[in-house]
Write a new protein. Structure first.
Length: 326
């Protein structure tokens, strides 16, 4: 069900909607020790942690840390037809450059995800801006990561426009609590960014099946570009995806975390990003607040005789955090 806005305070309480102040004060501040933030804010560190834990991530082709390393750039990127360049400490998708292939008539001219050409000098300039901190949190000097370009699974092809859909899961004290699929649209320019017009579709935690979508706080039943129904797409390997999300809580030491996963056509589920301050729009996408589910997890932990591993926590979430019909 969708949350229809505007909505009364009483109805917000009934739905268990978590507000920004409560999220910041009771969950992020209390459950996320600040010294662990670099483990998720720095995508390079996150990638290393995930690999050490046996989780799958987009392959790292190389890292540019200084302008002196530009002399090897042509050789590095020349080994790959497609790749992505991103700032290690970027936020909100800023600074990500997607290269879709090489121009057939020139070895040093590439094609961006939008189809526009870009030469090696322009790529070097973009990397230079990354190193200068143009896209990083707080404008601090950064490093540029060059990695495998995800080839998204055809699973969401009928309900997505151009870009790569991803699956965001919120994990509370190691338990997956709520999930949504972010679906690019033409309005979002092919990006899975809800603030730019992408669709957020809730996910049934028990079945791993999409619910109706939401865009700009309005219910969306069909994708505006493809006209296909959003509800009812079953995500394969749902148990494994929830286990991956639960494991990310373990390896970072964070008690309240967002885990973003993409389904690659050839390589299966890959962890794209971890977030120590996940937003609250996932509640709108699911038509339900986080508080009721969080309270169920707390009651479960109160009477738990022994710690549960990631697989057990994922199973518990599937069995106990099905959508409410309020």
């Amino acid at each position: 069900m969708a949350i229809n806005w505007p909505i009364s305070p009483r109805r917000l309480r009934e739905l268990g909607v978590l507000g920004m102040n409560q999220r910041n004060g009771e969950f992020i501040a209390e459950l996320n020790t600040r010294r662990y933030y670099p483990l998720v804010d720095d995508k390079l560190l996150s990638k290393e942690l995930a690999v050490e834990a046996g989780l799958y991530v987009p392959e790292l082709y190389g890292v540019i840390r200084t302008t002196h390393e530009f002399k090897g750039l042509s050789k590095l990127v020349g080994q790959h037809e497609e790749f992505v360049i991103k700032p290690a400490n970027g936020a909100g998708g800023d600074g990500i450059l997607v290269i879709d292939g090489k121009q057939s008539d020139h070895p040093l001219v590439y094609r961006r995800g939008s189809g526009r050409p870009i030469d090696i000098d322009a790529i070097a300039l973009h990397i230079s801006n990354i190193l200068a901190g143009a896209y990083s949190l707080g404008g601090r000097p950064d490093v540029a990561m060059i990695e495998y370009r995800v080839k998204f699974s055809p699973l969401f092809a009928k309900i997505s426009f151009q870009g790569v859909p991803d699956i965001r899961t919120i994990v509370y004290k190691g338990y997956p609590v709520m999930a949504m699929v972010r679906l690019p649209t033409s309005q979002s320019d092919g990006k899975a960014n809800l603030h730019q017009g992408a669709i957020g579709a809730g996910v049934d935690m028990a079945l791993g099946r999409t619910l109706d979508g939401v865009a700009h706080n309005a219910q969306v039943i069909h994708h505006p570009d493809t006209l296909e129904p959003i509800q009812g797409v079953e995500i394969p390997g749902w148990q494994s995806l929830l286990e991956m999300a639960a494991t990310c809580s373990d390896i970072t030491g964070l008690g309240y975390i967002g885990v973003d996963v993409v389904l690659d056509r050839d390589r299966g589920p890959l962890i794209l990003e971890l977030n120590a301050r996940p937003g609250l729009s996932i509640q709108v996408a699911n038509g339900e607040g986080l508080r009721h589910r969080i309270e169920r997890i707390d009651r479960h932990l109160k009477y738990l005789n022994r710690p549960e591993n990631a697989a057990e926590r994922a199973c518990w979430s599937r069995e106990n955090l099905a959508p409410l019909n309020l």
